[in-house]
Design a protein around this ligand. Structure first.
Ligand SMILES: Nc1ncnc2c1ncn2[C@@H]1O[C@H](COP(=O)(O)OP(=O)(O)O)[C@@H](O)[C@H]1O
Ligand code: SF4
Ligand SMILES: [Mg+2]
Length: 317
């Protein structure tokens, strides 16, 4: 039984929102994606900047409403139907760690306040004294010290601020932690430390993860399974070790072959998700294997068995 399952999820943003704006110009940020995450599983969502990873994560915590599809949690609860205390409880179980700790940690608060301010409204807030003790324990768990709760976020390095964000997420005792590019802005050696911390936490707490990254190698290091996204769609999905050894989709192979260490998109821009395409493979303009059919038909995500799915006419030919 998966912890969470996403079925045919779609999200469009109106490019020119406003009363007099012409209708019909949309960014199709997420185009019918489906995946599920099991208990204690780490699922990676990978793809270059703008492919729809953050939108997917935000839909999962109901920061936006979606246009089509469904998200089901636990024993099948329809996340779209949650409201009031049930929605609050869901948001405690599914925690989203933001991409950018510099912006998400209030600089005027001490670390202790940062940790406890959200927790105070939680359904199981244990009171100020006990919450402070829990915050101190969690600071130790993420490799900081209890005294750090008196300091302000600006007194810490990028890696340490990411540890504070992780601590804040853990305080709610989530079941699923969504980590959105949590190591992307960090130097490689610091990335390793944070990834190892997340591995420890996962082992100790039996958590499930949605791990978002644009670096496929980083995702393969941390995750059990990976979904590769391109322009809002899943292009390939499979166990991390299989993807690493023999990626089937030309885009996945391109991601592996591109220079690592780049902080931003490692590839030339994919043209965004603006919906001007006719039916074709979204990757066709960049694909070395493209043939006529690829410009005339949209490939389905084919199930190849053994947990592998691929959206390509020519993969595993
Ligand atoms: N709030 C928004 N309003 C309009 N367009 C958005 C919004 N959020 C994301 N987008 C667009 O949706 C697409 C996917 O963005 P995003 O999910 O942030 O991608 P990623 O996290 O993979 O970089 C991009 O084209 C982006 O510009
Ligand atoms: S369907 Fe065609 S264009 Fe698309 S990835 Fe496969 S070979 Fe390339
Ligand atoms: Mg993003």
């Amino acid at each position: 039984m998966p912890v969470i399952s996403i079925e045919n999820l779609e999200k469009r943003f109106n490019l020119e929102a406003g009363f007099f704006a012409p209708l019909g110009r949309f960014v199709r940020a997420v185009r019918g994606i489906s995946f599920a995450i099991g208990k204690n599983e780490a699922y990676g969502l990978v793809g270059e900047s703008g492919c729809g990873k953050t939108t997917t994560a935000r839909l999962m915590v109901r920061m936006y409403e979606w246009d089509k599809g469904s998200i089901r949690y636990g024993d099948g609860a329809d996340v779209a139907a949650l409201s009031g205390p049930a929605l609050k409880a869901y948001r405690e179980k599914v925690r989203y760690i933001f991409q950018d700790p510099a912006r998400s940690l209030n600089p005027r608060m001490t670390v202790g306040e940062v940790l406890i301010s959200g927790y105070r409204h939680a359904s199981r807030f244990p009171g100020e004294g006990e919450a402070r003790k829990e915050a101190e324990r969690i600071l130790t768990e993420v490799g900081l010290s209890p005294e750090d709760r008196e300091k302000r976020p600006s007194e810490f390095s990028g890696g340490q601020r990411q540890r504070i964000s992780i601590a804040r997420g853990l305080l709610m005792r989530p079941e699923l932690l969504i980590c959105d590019e949590v190591v992307s802005a960090l130097d490689v050696s610091i990335q390793g430390q944070i990834l190892n911390l997340l591995l420890d936490i996962r082992e100790k707490r039996g958590l499930s993860f949605l791990f978002i990254a644009h670096d496929l190698r980083v995702a393969c290091y941390f995750c059990d399974r990976i979904g590769v996204m391109y322009r809002g769609e899943l292009m390939e999905e499979g166990p991390a070790e299989n993807l690493y050894r023999d990626a089937l989709h030309p885009y996945t192979r391109l991601l592996f072959s591109s220079v690592s260490g780049s902080r931003d998109s490692v590839l030339p821009a994919g043209g965004g998700n603006v919906d001007t395409d006719g039916p074709r493979c979204p990757f066709a303009p960049r694909c070395v294997l493209a043939e006529e059919r690829c410009f005339a038909e949209h490939p389905e995500l084919r199930d190849l068995g053994q947990g592998r799915r691929v959206r390509c006419f020519r993969a595993a030919e």
